[in-house]
Design a protein around this ligand. Structure first.
Ligand SMILES: C[S@@+](CC[C@H](N)C(=O)[O-])C[C@H]1O[C@@H](n2cnc3c(N)ncnc32)[C@H](O)[C@@H]1O
Length: 210
């Protein structure tokens, strides 16, 4: 299944990946490394989405630097991520939701140094020489909460699967703790509890002279 970018009336799903993506190319590259020179200065817009768990202050610097290489001068970087350190555990009145609070605490420090590099109002990209264009913050609407919670559960399932490979006693305890948390959190979600966090969307420009 794939999105069909050639459909002028919007998106459709298509079983023929090649036809649907006829004008889209897929490249594999470690974005913390400089891009090969043939891609430099080629792109009008670069869109980054949901890499937060891979980043720390140093990696952000490397990411911004390598993306700036592939942008044309005066063109646009868009970037969308959660503002993890502002997460809040929300529960309906009268509902105890300790697992939800625990999940919120895990999200607040994931990655551990995110409050050092997610600075608001596009300030985080300025040290690498981008100019601010726009910044917005928003919260997920109710209709999107379930899929976000399930995405987090999928991530936790992956961690559990990794820990299950280990014979280390501490890893076994970690795995069991995480499994318990997932069950508890899902039950509390059914009662209306959720971990709410703001998300940012920023738009910046590579300066003409860069
Ligand atoms: C949380 S997923 C987000 C995927 C997609 N951007 C989205 O929003 O649906 C993070 C993605 O980063 C990719 N990734 C991990 N390390 C990377 C690296 N060094 N360079 C480029 N991509 C990387 C992973 O393969 C994964 O697809």
């Amino acid at each position: 299944m794939s999105l069909n970018f050639n459909n002028p009336n919007g998106y459709i799903f298509d079983r023929n990946l090649r036809a649907a993506f006829a004008n889209v190319s897929l490249y594999e590259h470690n974005t913390f490394q400089p891009f090969p020179v043939e891609y430099h200065g080629k792109y009008d817009i670069v869109n980054v989405r949901f890499m937060i768990t891979l980043l720390d202050k140093e990696k952000v610097r490397l990411l911004l630097r390598s993306l700036k290489m592939i942008l044309k001068p005066d063109d646009i970087l868009q970037w969308f991520e959660p503002i993890a350190f502002n997460v809040k555990a929300v529960a309906p009145e009268g509902i105890e939701a300790p697992w939800n609070s625990k999940v919120a605490e895990i999200m607040r420090f994931n990655p551990p140094d995110c409050a050092n590099w997610i600075t608001l109002n596009c300030d985080m990209v300025k040290p690498e020489g981008y100019e601010a264009v726009a910044w917005d913050e928003f919260h997920l609407q109710e209709i999107h909460r379930l899929i976000w919670m399930q995405t987090c559960l999928m991530g936790m399932t992956e961690v559990v699967a990794g820990l299950a490979q280990s014979t280390d006693e501490a890893d076994r305890a970690k795995r069991e703790g995480l499994e318990q948390l997932m069950v508890g959190w899902e039950k509390e979600y059914e009662q209306g509890a959720y971990a709410d966090m703001p998300w940012y969307f920023l738009v910046t420009r590579k300066p003409l002279e860069a």
